[in-house]
Design a protein around this ligand. Structure first.
Ligand SMILES: [Zn+2]
Length: 228
């Protein structure tokens, strides 16, 4: 297991932040702070003060942000969508875990709002959507489609899905994550998604809950504020 096996992206790299999307063989840096994920919309702000006094503790959240210099934060997934975000100076960072429940409830929008609070208004935000189960391997039923339609609108959900059996469709979670970023004010060309990164198709590179069930491993995705 090596840090260097994690996947980096130029949009984040040019901001000077250490980061990586996890793979089967990657591991996060030591000291990476991970929240306890509950498929909700809570955002945890890991403050300078909490780090300074060692009062990091155990928190429930699906988005975590910090502007503490040199602090690494992360989230864990097997098929859900990981999103890593920073501001242009790399001094504020955010990691989001978004399954369909989180997407429907607005976890990305909530995370971006918290990052905006910690970043100078003059700085752009840069965001990348990481490896997750692709539409090729993700058929959902009407309750999921209904929840997505409430959040994103019928046209957007139709555009991100392909009908299969009655009441079912293959859904592109990554497209909806990019739309949530766009609506939160993360502009082109400062947002992107990794290409060809279906966790279920790419068994040699990624863990997948859909493919492997309860035995599936997990990937850790991390990002750290710059020390500048
Ligand atoms: Zn696939």
């Amino acid at each position: 297991m090596r840090e260097s096996d994690a996947i980096v992206h130029p949009i984040l790299a040019r901001c000077g932040v250490a980061h990586g999307f996890g793979t089967r063989t990657s591991k996060p840096p030591s000291g990476t702070f991970l929240p306890r994920q509950v498929h909700g919309v809570a955002v945890h702000h890991l403050s300078v003060d909490a780090v300074a006094v060692g009062a990091i503790g155990d928190v429930e959240a699906d988005a975590i942000c910090t502007s503490t210099p040199g602090q690494t934060i992360g989230i864990i997934t097997a098929d859900c969508v990981p999103i890593l975000v920073c501001n242009e100076s790399g001094q504020a960072v955010l990691a989001v875990h978004a399954g369909w429940r989180g997407l429907a409830q607005g976890v990305i929008e909530a995370g971006i709002a918290s990052l905006i609070d910690q970043s100078p208004a003059s700085e752009k935000l840069c965001a990348v959507v990481g490896p997750h189960v692709g539409p090729c391997c993700y058929e959902v039923d009407a309750p999921v489609l209904d929840a997505m339609t409430l959040r994103f609108g019928e046209a957007a959900v139709k555009g991100a899905s392909t009908a299969t059996r009655p009441g079912h469709a293959r859904l592109a979670l990554g497209k909806l994550a990019l739309l949530a970023l766009e609506r939160s004010g993360v502009d082109e060309p400062f947002r992107a998604a990794l290409d060809d990164a279906c966790t279920s198709c790419s068994g040699s590179q990624f863990h997948s809950y859909r493919r492997d069930g309860e035995a599936a491993g997990r990937m850790v995705h991390f990002i750290a504020t710059s020390c500048r």
